[in-house]
Design a protein around this ligand. Structure first.
Ligand code: GAF
Length: 387
């Protein structure tokens, strides 16, 4: 569904449910991270792109509360905005509640609104469906109150919502790309300075394919916090503020002072930060074989050193490798937090159909699970479609 079709659909659902047309329509995309995994909370670089999958909200002024109707699950959340917004039910409403509370902290009075909501970002697929929902909510508040905030502030507000209301200690990547993505570009984000650079990705000879393994292993959430702690430990042993400040040479010298696991975690992060800036350079020069090799190297480090991959993700990467450059695949890696979710593959545009069919068939044969595969051009970040 294009963004136009999707917003038309949500507007029609709003009309059906609330009996009048919406006054505002806003959208925010999910993302796929091309490279730079588990580097954002180490002050490193990330290189994500917004995808053509969106959270969309259609809204009008309401009578008392902030009421959100989820048009897919046919479930409503009624949020009391007469005082400070608190955590509540249903569970998904906490992403929205956290954002509303963030605006209140900045002195913004949240108006009573009727909202219809729908998302085409796969849930739990590691494509930042929660960041899309948070940034979509923030964009709606901006549209409805006329009080816009600086994009960096907006992304940080959404990240805080995820920390405080959803209990996920995420970095800044997902909310930044959902806020600041630009059509035809990847976003090279320096997570220390928060400076961004748009890296054009318009070469029609290549495409990025997202391969959803359709599995999500439960251990993911606890392991994320554990990885963060291990990185902090490595930084403290190395005597640096964060792993961004450490070199591979320093790590080798200090190897004996840390556990083997902490050493491997740091090796991934230090290597991945370097791979990310090299990949950005490769993309600027359309050096696709080099970018592809960096993607594979990223996957191996995430699998062997950082240990956040899983059998299904590894299977997709193995299939991609077996197709090879001759079959049209330059590179492939897991993307996002890990323990399931998606892989991203850099492929020759002319071979997309054949590659998708081959990966789907082989993956089914090896795992007995149906993968969901789609291509996406780099999309733009959050937008006000109407209002
Ligand atoms: C998740 C987090 F939300 C991001 O901040 C990032 O750390 C990512 O995992 C791993 O790169 O998506």
């Amino acid at each position: 569904m294009t963004l136009n079709e999707l917003s038309g659909h949500v507007a029609a659902e709003f009309q059906k449910h609330f009996g009048r047309p919406p006054r505002w329509i806003v959208a925010a995309p999910g993302r796929v991270n091309v490279i730079g995994e588990h580097t954002d909370y180490n002050d490193g670089f990330v290189l994500p792109m917004a995808i053509e999958r969106y959270a969309v909200m259609a809204a009008d002024s309401g009578s008392s509360s902030f009421t959100v109707y989820d048009t897919h699950f046919k479930e409503s959340a009624t949020i009391d905005v007469s005082g400070p917004v608190t955590k509540g039910q249903p569970k998904w409403s906490n992403y929205i509640r956290g954002v509303l509370a963030g605006f209140q902290d900045r002195g913004v009075k949240i108006p009573a609104l009727d909202v219809a909501f729908m998302s085409t970002v796969p849930l739990g697929g590691g494509l930042s469906s929660s960041a899309a929902l948070e940034v979509c909510t923030a964009t709606l508040v901006e549209a409805a109150t006329g009080q816009t905030i600086d994009p960096v502030e907006k992304a940080l507000l959404a990240q805080k919502a995820e920390h405080d209301f959803a209990g996920v200690p995420c970095g800044i990547m997902d909310q930044f790309i959902s806020t600041m993505g630009r059509e035809g570009h990847l976003l090279l984000l320096d997570c220390r300075s928060r400076k961004t650079e748009l890296v054009p990705m318009r070469d029609p000879s290549v495409e990025l394919l997202v391969v959803n393994t359709n599995v999500k292993h439960e251990l993911g959430s606890g392991e994320y916090a554990k990885r963060r702690a291990e990185c902090e430990q490595a930084a403290s042993i190395l005597g640096v503020k964060s792993l961004r400040d450490a070199t591979a040479g320093q790590l080798e010298k200090a190897k004996g002072k840390m556990s083997e696991v902490v050493y491997r975690r740091a090796r991934h992060v230090i290597g991945e930060i370097e791979r990310t800036t090299h990949a950005a350079e490769g993309i600027r020069n359309s050096n696709w074989p080099a970018v592809g090799q960096l993607m594979y190297a990223s996957h191996y480090a995430l699998r062997d050193d950082y240990e956040v991959s899983c059998q299904e993700l590894d299977t997709v990467v193995e299939i991609a490798e077996s197709i090879g450059v001759n079959g049209g695949v330059y590179g492939c890696r897991m993307t996002g937090g890990g323990f399931g979710g998606c892989c991203v593959a850099l492929v020759k545009a002319g071979a997309v159909d054949a590659i998708s069919k081959k990966i789907a068939a082989e993956y089914k044969k090896k795992t007995n699970i149906e993968a969901a595969i789609f291509g996406s051009r780099p999309a733009s970040g959050a937008t006000i479609i109407k209002g």
